[in-house]
Design a protein around this ligand. Structure first.
Ligand code: LLP
Length: 435
């Protein structure tokens, strides 16, 4: 839930720097990121993949959509893992951070021709194909650039992973990929084989997000492997790669049990080995794309309390509303997915009795709620600091300018030093787009 260098219990601190000092230097709201924790998490997924699959380990592609900025792209380059991008924008940031194009994988269900051309021309390692149109577009771009582009086909293995509907992506009624069950995957395979400028390396599936058990990953692997066998039976050659996507869940609130990298990778390795043996296939190179599981726990959001208000409910109970200086523009997940978070008083401790509290933002919208119900110290007052942990994934990356609120900065902390890696937006930034 908290990153490894955060201490709670008294005044909250990270790598020895107090919440108060951070608020004084960088103001609030701010995303505070634990750099060492980010690096350690990325490395532990890489190690887990390697130790579970040995020579059959493919690549850990960090899913940029969870959070990316140029500095984080530099860390990815340093660590030596790959990166999954799904737009030209994410590709540009990855390249700006110096990530080797061969270690970039391009996703997206509607990549523009310009995005495809850019990706092919810089030499991205893999393009994951998502529609029949795209097969022709990527083949044409590869021909135009005189390259043979490596591709995977994105497949929907028909699994309802246990997660929120809008972040589940591999059951049948979705916009992503080619369905195995309906035969569209097979038509895509045949279409790819008509082009000599693209080389089909294997299959990809991403079954959902914030998944806390390994069962769905095992079923996904089983179905993709059955299709690898069908391919071998039809064409007499084995495809060498499978990418099983991301989706590994993290600990947001008490009760969530994070899926440890070694546990997840061992379970997937057992499933892959078993099903390859069933079909007498050699084990393909296995890649994964964790986003949330790498970056989620590495950040907390630091807010300042602006107002406290007591509201009497219909049943006569009291609810305390605490308003902080951010809200749905820096964390849309509670409103969009009913995602749960927790919060702590960050600038001091309190022995005041706990009160049932709703934590809300500053937006002009009733649904601007960060935490529906939480017990917080009854003496919390304007000027206090609150910290919400595990906001690293899909917080800053899904932030908006709703109400022309300025998006918060990202402050990286390491070895007792804090620095801005994404600066706070300014009114000049807002006005700069207007003609
Ligand atoms: N690979 C592909 C192809 C994906 O579509 C995604 C996420 C990932 C990897 C990374 O998934 P992760 O390991 O981070 O769960 N905005 C939502 C999550 C949407 C994820 C979309 N795709 C949220 O805030 O929960």
């Amino acid at each position: 839930m908290w990153s490894s260098n955060v201490l709670t219990g008294k005044e909250l601190s990270i790598s020895g720097i107090s919440a108060t000092a951070l608020a004084q230097e960088f103001a609030t709201p701010a995303f505070i990121m634990d750099e060492a924790d980010f690096r350690a998490r990325a490395i532990s997924w890489d190690d887990a993949l390697k130790s579970a699959f040995g020579e059959n380990a493919g690549t850990v592609y960090y899913a940029a959509k969870a959070f990316l900025c140029t500095e984080v792209a530099r860390w990815i380059k340093d660590i030596g893992i790959g990166i999954d991008v799904c737009t030209g924008g994410e590709l540009a940031v990855a390249l700006a951070g110096g990530v080797e194009p061969a270690k970039i994988e391009l996703h997206g269900n509607n990549k523009s021709v310009a995005e495809i051309n850019k990706a092919v021309s810089v030499g991205v390692g893999t393009i994951v194909l998502d529609s029949l149109f795209e097969i022709d577009r990527v083949a044409a771009a590869a021909t135009q650039h005189g390259r043979v582009q490596k591709v995977l086909l994105r497949l929907t293995p028909g699994i309802e992973a246990h997660t929120h509907e809008s972040i589940a992506t591999a059951h049948e009624d979705v916009k992503f990929g080619f369905s195995i069950a309906s035969g569209s995957a097979w038509r895509a395979i045949e279409a790819v084989r008509t082009h000599s400028s693209i080389e089909l390396r294997g299959f990809h599936a991403h079954i959902g997000s914030q998944i806390l058990d390994t069962g769905s990953f095992e079923i996904s692997a089983e179905r993709l492997i059955a299709l690898l066998a069908k391919y071998r039976d039809a064409f007499g050659v084995e495809l060498p790669e499978l990418d099983l996507g991301g989706g590994y869940g993290i600990h947001y609130v008490p009760g969530d049990e994070e899926l440890a990298p070694s546990v997840a990778m061992q379970a997937v390795a057992t499933a892959v080995t078993t099903h390859c043996a069933v079909h007498s296939l050699s084990i393909p190179k296995i890649s994964i794309e964790p986003g949330r599981a790498i970056v989620g726990p590495t950040m907390f959001t630091l807010y300042e309390v602006g107002t406290v208000k007591d509201v009497t409910l219909e049943n006569g109970d009291n609810r305390r509303y605490i308003s902080i200086d951010g809200g749905m523009s820096d964390n849309i997940r509670p409103s969009l997915y009913q995602a749960d978070y927790t919060a702590v008083l960050a600038n001091r401790t309190s022995t005041a009795p706990l009160l049932s509290t709703r934590l809300v933002g500053k937006h002009c919208e009733t649904g601007d709620i960060l935490i529906y119900s939480i017990e917080l110290a009854g003496d919390i007052a304007p000027g206090d600091l609150l910290a919400i942990p595990a906001t690293g994934a899909y917080g800053r990356s899904m932030a908006s300018n709703y109400n022309h609120v300025l998006r918060p900065p990202v402050i990286a902390v390491k070895n007792g030093k804090a620095r801005v890696i994404v600066r706070r937006e300014s009114e000049a930034d807002l006005l700069g787009l207007d003609i």
